[in-house]
Design a protein around this ligand. Structure first.
Ligand SMILES: *Cc1c(COP(=O)(O)O)cnc(C)c1O
Length: 224
């Protein structure tokens, strides 16, 4: 087993000084590894693949809060809608609409984050800043998506050793978050999550205003 209990304890104590919460990203890792962190009291886990998440949800304790952090296809929303705690990767209106429809069928409001593209790499999913502003405007002003709770923003920085580059990306996302929070001050009481930072850059992300980090390999070992 590659799970690193010491790293978990260390990370949790580091986070006590911030107001950031920790999503343990368990994608590709066995349920036994998740159970170890669960037994240490951890409840928030992140997964990227729908089938894998559904299977793990079946096998593990039901009070785990599952965060879907990968790219979500509209036709798969219904598979996770009954139990998912938060969907981090909302990158289109269509997806937001589908999530709201599936939520309506279940009479369940589903927590979502809009994913914003901040990295240099083209492969990373997400809305650009203009699209993110449009999505927020429609969500907050038209109030069409009744079974979605837009809880904030999510982003992934470039894989870069250049601290200045990563810092600029995180800071840009924090500015957008603050802008929306202020612009929709009357509607945005639940718009409080800024999900940014992974194993390699979480400290910098927190410095830039992140309040939710998604950490995988540091806790579970590298993925093959
Ligand atoms: C895999 C993944 C993570 C965790 O990455 P690590 O570098 O292993 O900490 C965080 N966020 C997303 C969206 C991911 O896909």
């Amino acid at each position: 087993m590659s799970i690193n209990k010491e790293a978990y304890v260390q990370l949790v104590s580091e986070l006590e000084k911030s107001n950031a919460s920790l999503i343990a990203v368990s994608k590709t890792k066995p349920v036994e590894d998740i159970q170890v962190l669960y037994d240490m009291g951890h409840r928030d886990f992140g997964e990227n693949y729908v089938q894998e998440l559904v299977k793990k949800h079946d096998e593990l304790p039901k009070d785990i809060r599952w965060h879907f952090i990968g790219h979500l296809q509209s036709n798969k929303v219904k598979l996770i809608a009954p139990f998912v705690h938060m969907i981090h990767g909302v990158d289109s209106f269509r997806l937001l609409e589908t999530i709201s429809k599936e939520g309506e069928k279940l009479n369940r409001v589903i927590n979502c984050l809009a994913q914003v593209h901040i990295a240099k790499e083209e492969t990373k999913f997400g809305l650009d800043f203009i699209e993110a502003r449009q999505l927020a405007a429609i969500y907050f002003l038209e109030k069409k998506f009744k079974f979605v709770q837009l809880c904030g923003l999510m982003g992934m920085a470039s894989f870069s050793n250049h601290t200045a580059v990563v810092k600029a990306e995180f800071s840009a996302l924090k500015s957008l978050f603050d802008e929306m929070k202020a612009l929709y001050a009357d509607e945005s009481e639940h718009f409080n999550v800024l999900s940014m930072g992974m194993s390699g850059d979480y400290a910098l992300a927190i410095e830039c205003g992140s309040n939710m980090i998604r950490v995988g390999s540091l806790l579970f070992g590298s993925r093959t």
